[in-house]
Design a protein around this ligand. Structure first.
Ligand code: ZN
Length: 424
């Protein structure tokens, strides 16, 4: 069989899988239903980065979602930039979604109006079920929610929450410490109160089905209880925090020893609770702060934790791959990766087959919020990338077609089930 034929067959087999979606930001369905939708809903989120890199201003981008402006006027703003970004991987996910759910094979001046109408008509209860279950064959989507209250409102097995415990910009003043953002009803007076409050919060979301927390590969320093106490007391006495020098690579403007210690304590507690630590690495804003290698001291301090390294550290893909090769407590998650660049993702998968044990890769996470339809677009791209990389091995007779399908199945199902202890 030729390479294209093998690829076609693998793609067909992979497309039949029921899968675990390993990362989204999808909130309760009401948040989507309450959103006024039209063609620009498909350009929420990541395409913003491409539109702005192409020259669109923040103000122009915001105006696309201002429904008091007629649709045709907004299209006029959008059109020249759309022509610049239509070939990016981000845009392809939007095009695939428009075709699958609304039957339009392009987004252009002829289609934007009827497409907007179709998107509005379909924005009805059950949209998650129709997109995630029926079109994508997803058993559950691991979804990271920004607030504990949102995580507590998840009420469908289609979504399994992870919770973001904000720390770097929330442990910066007494006001924020006294009633922490993750537990505003609590009153904190000591460092132990703060830790206790964090633990109670994690237990609360765990009881509602949460399977992990999410953090970032910021350059946190060695934790010190003593230094954390000092910062805590300074804040309590309204002493201003020492701010970093300009250009200093710190977690945030207000990196401090309290944050370093607090994050480390979270990791220890989550590990005790048999939950997983998801870690954003690479690409976002000034991505120098998010180098995947920053996480190494944390991996070494917590050998029994399970770290799910997101996004292959884009663009530090090889560095991230080496984390999977060198550390038994690391898994590598291709969430977001296929839509940043399909070609880079495919070549990374090819290298990952050489480098990483089969039980350590997670194939897919849509990484979307409101435009849930694009999860499908992203999934199509993920399947293509994996079929392409595996077909090469089969064509070279390094593995059989059925071995390739088994490996893909591990990545799409077995590994996330095992890593997150999912009861599916
Ligand atoms: Zn994400």
């Amino acid at each position: 069989m030729s390479y294209p034929e093998i690829e076609k067959q693998l793609l067909a087999a992979i497309s039949e899988f029921e899968i675990i979606d390993c990362h989204e930001h999808i909130g309760p369905e009401k948040s989507r239903l309450d959103t006024e939708v039209d063609v620009f809903t498909l350009f929420y989120h990541y395409t913003k980065g491409d539109l702005m890199a192409a020259g669109m201003s923040e103000e122009q981008y915001k105006s696309l979602f201002d429904h008091s402006i007629p649709l045709d006027k907004r299209w006029d703003v959008f059109k020249p930039y759309w022509e610049q970004i239509r070939w990016t991987s981000y845009s392809r996910a939007a095009l695939l979604a428009a075709e699958k759910f609304y039957g339009f094979d392009d987004i252009n001046k002829e289609t934007y109006e009827p497409l907007s109408k179709a998107i509005k008509e379909a924005n009805t209860p059950g949209i998650y079920e129709r997109v995630l279950r029926d079109a994508c064959n997803i058993r559950t989507s691991l979804t990271t929610l920004d607030s504990v209250s949102e995580a507590m409102r998840i009420d469908t097995p289609l979504l399994t929450p992870l919770v973001w415990i904000p720390s770097y910009n929330t442990l910066t003043s007494w006001e924020k410490l006294h009633h922490p953002v993750f537990a505003p009803e609590a009153t904190v007076n000591t460092l132990d109160d703060l830790l206790d409050c964090m633990k109670q919060t994690i237990l609360k979301v765990k009881a509602r089905g949460a399977v992990g927390i999410k953090t970032t590969s910021y350059p946190y320093r060695e934790p010190s209880r003593k230094q954390a106490e000092e910062v805590f007391h300074d804040l309590k006495n309204d002493k201003p925090l020492k701010m970093p020098e300009p250009g200093e690579l710190t977690p945030h403007l207000a990196s401090n020893a309290l944050v370093d210690y607090f994050v480390d304590e979270i990791i220890s507690f989550v590990t005790e609770q048999d939950m997983t630590v998801a870690v954003h690495t690479g690409y976002w804003g000034d991505f120098r702060k998010l180098d995947p290698l920053h996480i190494i001291p944390m991996l070494q301090r917590h050998p029994n934790a399970r770290f799910d390294i997101f996004h292959l550290g884009f663009p530090w893909i090889r560095e991230a791959l080496m984390l999977g090769k060198g550390f038994p407590n690391v898994w590598l998650n291709l969430c977001w990766t296929h839509i940043i660049s399909q070609k880079m993702a495919t070549s990374a998968i090819n290298e990952a087959i050489d480098l990483i044990p089969a039980n350590k890769m997670l194939a897919f996470g849509g990484d979307y919020h409101i435009p849930v339809e694009k999860v499908y677009g992203h999934l199509v791209m993920a399947r293509e990338d994996i079929a392409k990389a595996l077909a090469e091995r089969v064509a070279e007779k390094q593995m059989t077609e059925s071995q390739a399908i088994d490996l893909a199945h591990k990545w799409f199902w077995d590994n996330p089930v095992e890593l997150y202890r999912l009861k599916v």
